[in-house]
Design a protein around this ligand. Sequence first.
Ligand SMILES: [Zn+2]
Length: 156
Amino acid sequence: MHEVRWMNEAIQLAYRNVESGNGGPFGAIVVKDGKVIGTGVNEVTSHNDPTAHAEVQAIREACRLLGSFQLTDCDIYTSCEPCPMCLGAIYWARPRAVYFSFDRGEAASIGFDDAFIYDEIGAPLEQRRIPMHRLQGDTAEDPFVLWRTSHGRVEY
Ligand SMILES: [Zn+2]
């Protein structure tokens, strides 16, 4: 069951992140069994890390705490609708649900427009803004074959 107090906490993280000059106006928390197990704020500029979005940071912290690569039975509360990168991370983390407050339109109105990434996903490779080319290697090592036959693999 979602609770507004968790959303308020995510929004407050976002607010304080701007106040402190740490990064963009985004905060996220991961909640499990009524407890916060991970928090994150946007630290792209302060950490020189383009992947340091609030949701990714919160997912990393929660997974570290749980000692797991997925967020079973967890809820993510994020101050803003996730961007495509975070959406991907969320799907890999497999939480129970995601709640967001501000939406992508509101984010776009203050300069955080991620619509172009959604467009890129749908665009053919040769029409993307960043050229993406398939280049097959000629090494004999095949990691896919090794994975398929590996007994020690941990599937996810
Ligand atoms: Zn993001």
